[in-house]
Write a protein that binds this ligand. Structure first.
Ligand code: ADP
Ligand code: MG
Length: 237
């Protein structure tokens, strides 16, 4: 589903952190929000999923304005840096949880969890608890839980930050594979330019609450629009 931020403004204590941001993520596209720490990436994601209320402008899913909807009604899948799985539940129960909350029937829950576990290659982990999983496996479970309701959009906030270098490489291609297979519209937040460039269809470079440039990775390297973008990207890998 197409996602639009239309003059989106977010402030804390009267100070604008994001001011009049315009951004369109096309249906089925994976877009990176790339920028230094503190530039407003997480604030943008929290506003899209409804944890924060916008102070100005609109957020559209397709043609629908969701700005005033509570987060449960937006059907957004989120994965954060610290996977935040429920430690007392099994992997199956963790993934099933968003469906339990919606009081779906047992057979349907069973079917949905197994389908998503198969897609994400974690079928053999369903009976374990989070403490019995590696970092990469925990992150796969978090991804399965985020996708089990077939959300309108998938939001990933620095999902690879806690992984070692080898796992990070593996999960880069895994997350992209899963995004392509599900055709879900996705935003990946990161401060790692190589990650953004290698995983996404387009990259939006942010600084101080503003998007400076949005382009395909190759275009961005070929023609950075200003010094900040050029300096932030460095040389192509
Ligand atoms: P990023 O994810 O790009 O590192 P954030 O979106 O977390 O940046 O933060 C952007 C700015 O908003 C920072 O200056 C941060 O201190 C401020 N900020 C974020 N959340 C809050 C909050 N809940 N209350 C007050 N200020 C906040
Ligand atoms: Mg952040």
């Amino acid at each position: 589903m197409r996602l639009v931020l239309d003059n989106f403004t977010k402030s804390f204590d009267g100070t604008n952190v994001i001011e009049n941001m315009n951004l369109t993520v096309e249906d089925g596209e994976m877009l990176a929000l790339l920028g230094p720490s503190g530039c407003g990436k997480s604030t943008t994601l929290f506003s899209i999923c409804g944890i924060h209320r916008v102070n100005g402008g609109r957020i559209l899913f397709g043609d629908k304005d969701v700005s005033d909807l509570p987060s449960q009604k937006r059907n957004v899948g989120v994965v954060f840096q610290n996977y935040a799985l429920y430690p007392h539940m099994t992997v199956f129960e963790n993934i099933a949880f968003p469906l339990e909350v919606q009081k779906r029937d047992k057979a349907e829950i069973e079917k949905s969890v197994h389908e998503i576990a198969e897609l994400i290659h974690i079928e053999e982990l369903l009976k374990r608890r989070p403490s019995q999983l590696s970092g990469g496996q925990q992150q796969r479970v978090a991804l399965a839980r985020a996708l089990v309701r077939r959300p309108n959009v998938l939001l990933l906030d620095e999902p690879l930050a806690n992984l070692d270098a080898k796992l990070r490489l593996e999960m880069r291609s895994e997350i992209r594979r899963i995004q392509l297979e599900t055709g879900i519209t996705a935003i990946l937040v990161t401060h790692d330019q190589v990650e953004a460039m290698s995983m996404c269809d387009r990259v939006a470079i942010m600084n101080k609450g503003e998007i400076l440039q949005i382009d395909r990775p190759t275009e961005m390297y070929r023609a950075p629009e200003n010094r900040f973008v050029a300096g932030f990207l460095g040389n192509p890998p």
